[in-house]
Design a protein around this ligand. Structure first.
Ligand code: ZN
Length: 146
């Protein structure tokens, strides 16, 4: 039985996913990024055509790394949902990811696509696709038959 049983819990869980590795401090200039939104707004893509987002899900669990350039020119790496994170917070974040994924699949979303979009959110990006799904699921009343 999924522990996320309605769309409000699902959305709250989604927002809770993106809080690894913050606040982040640039070792070169000392600038502090309070959260993932701050990070994306105040840093620049390493190259314009590259997002810097590396997201993988395999049997070892989700892994997201985001490379960006600080305003000082130094390259920063933020780890989201690191596999090396064996803390209670890290474990609960991985569990949450799987529960969010399960909830989407339960509501008819393709598993591979759901993973990609969830990983975007983990990395601090906006996912228009997820927001659309959220609206659709909410509109249906998010019936859960369990
Ligand atoms: Zn810097």
């Amino acid at each position: 039985m999924p522990s996320i049983t309605n769309h409000d819990a699902w959305f709250a869980g989604l927002k809770a996913l993106g809080h690894d590795d913050f606040p982040k401090r640039c070792r070169n200039c000392g600038r502090v990024f309070a959260n993932e939104v701050d990070y994306f707004q105040q840093t620049q893509a390493i190259r314009p055509e590259i997002t810097g987002l590396k997201a993988v899900v395999d049997d070892a669990g989700p892994l997201v790394e985001v490379f960006r350039n600080c305003v000082c020119g130094s390259t920063l790496l933020v780890n989201c949902m690191s596999r090396r994170d064996d803390s209670a917070a890290g474990n609960s974040r991985r569990r949450l990811f799987n529960e969010l994924l399960g909830y989407l699949v339960h509501h008819g979303v393709d598993r591979a696509q759901a993973r990609i979009e969830l990983l975007r959110v983990v990395a601090g990006e906006r996912s228009a696709v997820l927001e659309t799904w959220y609206g659709q699921i909410a509109a249906r009343g998010a019936k859960v038959e369990d």
